[in-house]
Design a protein around this ligand. Structure first.
Ligand SMILES: Nc1ncnc2c1ncn2[C@@H]1O[C@H](COP(=O)(O)OP(=O)(O)O)[C@@H](O)[C@H]1O
Ligand SMILES: [Mg+2]
Length: 142
C-alpha cells in the first residue's frame, strides 16, 4: 500500500472516513492524500462567504481550504506523518475517480453519506458511484 486518498466534503460521515484513512495510512506507512471537490456549498453559505471577499473563485477556494485544514488536523492527531492536500473542481464522483487514476492511488476511502439531505438514502450518490466505478480498492466508512 503506497498511496491512500480520502475524499471529504467536510461532513461528519467524511470525518469518520478521514479518521479511518489516517489510521490505515499510519499502520501501513502509505502516503495520505486528502481531497475535496470544491463548490459543494449551499446558496446561503455562498452568500454568507462571498459577502466577506466579493471574489467568487477565492471564496470557493477558501471554503475548500477550510474543509482540507480541518481534515488535516484530524489526520495529524491520529499520527500520520505526511499529509498532502488537494482540491478538485467539477462533478465530485468523476473528479475523485480522475484524481485516483492520475495519482495512482491504491485505496480510496469515503464516507457512506455526506452533506446531502436526502436522508432516506442508504448510500450517497457520490459514494455509490465510487463504489461502482473507482479503479482501486474502495473503503466506505459508515
Ligand atoms: N465534494 C466532495 N468532495 C470530496 N468528497 C466528497 C464530496 N462529496 C461527497 N464526498 C465523499 O463521498 C461520501 C458520501 O457522500 P455523498 O455520496 O455525497 O452522500 P450524500 O448524498 O449524503 O451527500 C462523503 O462522506 C465523502 O467521503
Ligand atoms: Mg453529497
Amino acid at each position: 500500500m503506497q498511496r491512500i486518498i480520502v475524499a471529504t466534503d467536510g461532513s461528519s460521515g467524511a470525518n469518520r472516513a478521514v479518521d479511518t484513512a489516517a489510521t490505515l495510512a499510519k499502520t501501513s506507512g502509505a502516503d495520505l492524500v486528502i481531497l475535496t471537490i470544491g463548490g459543494n456549498i449551499t446558496g446561503a453559505e455562498l452568500r454568507e462567504l462571498a459577502g466577506a471577499s466579493g471574489d467568487l473563485s477565492k471564496t470557493l477556494q477558501e471554503a475548500a481550504n477550510k474543509v482540507l485544514g480541518q481534515a488535516r488536523k484530524r489526520a495529524l492527531r491520529i499520527g500520520v506523518r505526511t499529509v498532502k492536500l488537494q482540491t478538485g473542481w467539477g462533478d465530485p464522483a468523476e473528479t475523485i475517480i480522475d484524481t485516483v487514476r492520475r495519482g495512482k492511488a491504491d485505496m480510496l476511502v469515503v464516507g457512506r453519506r455526506g452533506r446531502g439531505r436526502l436522508s432516506g438514502l442508504l448510500l450517497g450518490s457520490v459514494s455509490q458511484k465510487l463504489a461502482t466505478l473507482a479503479p482501486c480498492v474502495v473503503v466506505i466508512v459508515p
